[in-house]
Ligand binder design. Structure first.
Ligand code: NAP
Length: 319
């Protein structure tokens, strides 16, 4: 898998990044620690060098699993984690960063991201200037190598960039969720900010494994995904049927097609969540898929069947 530069840094990242929200266990069902560790190691063996986690994923549990799985190869990998919206005051950022470093069993974080904009999830609103000051100090001290933001709009990103160098934006982005294209994406491309697309397989919907009658286990948060709501879910199923022949023609799975499409977008890498080694290895293989212009144009049309009727709210869930 050919590595890419992260923003304006000299940090090299893999176009397919492994996502480890699943390893935190909360909001997912049937996650096993041993399998999570195996999945991360298998992803690395299959060419993925970049891993995404967050302090909030299982209250540090995901970070500990990532730290455990990657300890032996720490200098070969790029670790991205995030500070949550309840920790955005200066001292809170510093403390959260130190805690994440400890959880990750490392000395530094390669990419430290503000997970959600100030004031999200009922948190007290903190001025971006204060949060960015803490991040800049952590960077000067060598605790973090680069700063990123997640779930920020273009205007929030522009404001953060006044106070420090932002090298990545992590938005929800897939064939079925494209709101960033008309908001922050042009700004990112103009300013060399890498897009790290999350839920790039639409949380599994784009793998085609959830049929029209699928129900999620109790505790699996995906029943709140807007794509799963009846007014959208029928269009999702129709679009999947139209995508299948394109995947077959490329000798790949639907999930790999979804990931290959995301990494074909300008300045964009795909974060792929996986619960076991088989998924991680399949996802890594998408890093080497190239789609023809004709197939990319067809996918564009098919994706829009799902996205055009959606409203403007960028958040993918009905929390
Ligand atoms: N910044 C943010 O606010 C934010 C929000 C969401 C996610 N993220 C990050 O982005 C990562 C990816 O997003 P996501 O996990 O929401 O969505 P995703 O990567 O689109 O979907 C992951 C799910 O797809 C299924 N899957 C993955 N690989 C598969 C394969 N090869 N074959 C069949 N099914 C497969 C699995 O479902 P099953 O579990 O049903 O097997 C898996 O849990 C997360 O882990 C996290 O690191 C960040």
């Amino acid at each position: 898998m050919q590595l890419r530069k992260l923003g304006t840094t000299n940090i090299e990242i893999s176009p397919i990044i492994m996502g480890t929200w699943q390893a935190g266990k909360d909001m997912w069902v049937g996650i096993d620690d041993r399998e999570s560790i195996q999945a991360i190691k298998a992803a690395y063996d299959a060419g993925i060098t970049t891993f995404d986690t967050a302090e909030v994923y299982g209250n540090g549990h995901s970070e500990k699993i990532v730290g455990n799985a990657l300890h032996d190869v720490r200098d070969q990998v790029v670790i991205a984690t995030k500070v949550f919206s309840n920790h955005l005051k200066y001292n809170q950022v510093i403390n959260a960063c130190h805690k994440s470093i400890k959880n990750l069993n490392t000395d530094y974080i390669d990419l430290y991201q503000i997970h959600w904009p100030p004031g999200s999830f009922g948190a007290k609103k903190v001025a971006l200037e204060e949060t960015m000051r803490a991040l800049a100090d952590l960077k000067t001290q060598g605790k973090i190598r680069a700063i990123g933001v997640s779930n920020f709009s273009r205007s929030q990103l522009e404001e953060a960039a006044i106070y420090g160098k932002i090298d990545s934006l992590q938005p929800p982005y897939s064939m079925f969720w494209r709101k960033v294209e008309t908001d922050a994406m042009p700004y990112c491309l103009e300013n060399n900010i890498t897009l790290l697309a999350y839920s790039s397989m639409a949380q599994g919907f784009l793998t085609g494994k959830f049929g029209p009658d699928h129900t999620f286990d109790k505790g699996d948060h995906r029943f709140r995904n807007k794509l799963y709501q009846p007014e959208n879910y029928e269009r999702v199923q129709t679009a999947l049927e139209r995508l299948r022949p394109i995947a077959t023609a490329n000798h790949i799975t639907l999930g790999q097609l979804a990931l290959a499409w995301v990494i074909s977008r300008p300045g964009t890498c795909a974060i792929a969540g996986a619960r076991n080694p088989e998924q991680a290895v399949q996802n890594a293989a998408a890093g080497n898929v190239r789609l023809s212009d004709e197939h990319l144009a067809d996918i564009d049309d098919i994706g829009k069947m799902v996205t055009d009727p959606l409203d403007d709210d960028p958040v993918m869930w009905e929390w």
